[in-house]
Design a protein around this ligand. Structure first.
Ligand code: NCD
Length: 355
């Protein structure tokens, strides 16, 4: 049994196989229309979602399976104080596969430890969003025909945006990938993730879209994650700092693509939408097919290796994790960690260094 907790849980070959399968599902949807007949997907969404939850639902229905779950934690026993561990123990006796979104970092990893079924992380706080990354790399592959030799501009909220964290980790599997980080000083890309990735990717920083755009093959725009700020004044100071306009897009390569996980607020002006380089609506469509490929694979495939998270020689960490947003702060779980490639101890739930 395999879970998908973080985007680097799969090997490069497994990712390429998923992409091939999703391509085939777009071409021949009827071939897969019964492939998950009789199987049930539980969608446990403790946080708001439109695309992710509905694309999971649409994906499972298109495979002939069925879906149940909740999209508002207040309508479940969570509002009575039930833990992620207990909820997962119960649901894993009803369903065949679980997709979970939660505001706490590491929640999906907790679920994976207590589940009898494959668990898919559909977003855990600011930590990770691996199925968005599958969508992103599937889109890059469809649009540009490659995943190597790319310059990717990441713009907006690089601190709290989980999609960019997972995307960088996945791109460490490919060759010659350079990131240009375009963010304000208040919302920088977390150093602990850069430390983890910088042996495999290179990166530079740019103060503006205008300075970076002509170098990019992909410009990945993100929303400032209002819900992650403790202080609303801080959010007000950060929002609307980086806006892609039609005028700025004119400096980009003809074959560049603009991605955005959506929802957008104001970071891409609507006059960009009609430009062929605006790939974000095609990206949202691709999200359904790559999730079909993922569900189909997790339910029908015999894996020869375990998820990285369970194989990673986990150890008990010397100190508790101090990240306030980590699930270990609110749920009594084992103090699990690992030693990273720079010999630092890290929390296995949120990946932050243990001080
Ligand atoms: C993203 C998320 O939830 O992290 N949205 C999505 O899944 N499509 C990005 C965001 O909310 O800004």
């Amino acid at each position: 049994m395999r879970h998908l907790i973080e985007s680097n849980d799969f090997t490069k070959q497994e990712l390429l196989d998923l992409i091939d399968l999703a391509d085939n599902m777009i071409e021949n949807p009827r071939q897969y229309a019964e492939s998950c007949r009789g199987k049930q997907l539980a969608t446990l969404f403790y946080e708001p979602s439109t695309r992710t939850r509905l694309s999971f639902t649409s994906a499972m229905l298109s495979l002939g399976g069925s879906v149940f779950g909740f999209s508002d934690a207040n309508s479940s026993s969570v509002s009575k104080g039930e833990t992620v561990a207990d909820t997962t123990r119960i649901i894993s006796q009803y369903a065949d596969i679980i997709a979970m979104r939660h505001h706490k970092e590491g929640a999906a990893f907790v679920a994976a430890q207590y589940s009898l079924l494959p668990v898919i992380n559909a977003g855990d706080g600011s930590h990770a969003h691996p199925t968005q990354t599958l969508t992103d790399i599937f889109t890059i592959h469809r649009e540009l025909g490659r995943l190597d030799n790319l310059t990717i501009g990441l713009c907006g909220d690089l601190k709290y945006g989980r999609t960019v964290h997972s995307l960088m980790k996945a791109m460490t599997l490919f060759d010659n990938v350079h990131f240009i980080l375009i963010a304000s000083d208040r919302l920088p890309f977390p150093t602990h993730i850069l430390d983890e990735c910088k042996m495999k990717i290179s990166y530079s920083e740019s103060p503006s879209i205008e300075e970076a755009i002509d170098k990019c093959d992909v410009l990945y725009m993100t929303r400032v994650q209002q819900e992650r700020f403790d202080d609303l004044a801080e959010y007000e100071a950060c929002k609307s700092n980086f806006i892609l306009t039609y005028e700025k897009l004119q400096q980009a390569k003809k074959e560049m693509i603009v991605l955005h996980p959506l929802p957008r607020v104001d970071e891409i002006s609507s006059d960009v939408d009609d430009d062929p380089r605006a790939a974000y609506f095609r990206q949202a469509k691709n999200g359904k097919f790559i999730r079909m490929a993922l569900i189909h694979t997790l339910l029908t495939h015999d894996f020869y290796s375990k998820s990285k998270h369970l194989e990673n020689n986990l150890i008990e960490t010397p100190q508790p994790c101090l990240n306030k947003k980590c699930i270990t702060q609110t749920e009594a779980v084992e103090r699990l960690g690992y030693v990273d490639n720079l010999s630092n101890h890290r929390c296995a739930y949120c990946d932050e260094p243990i001080k």
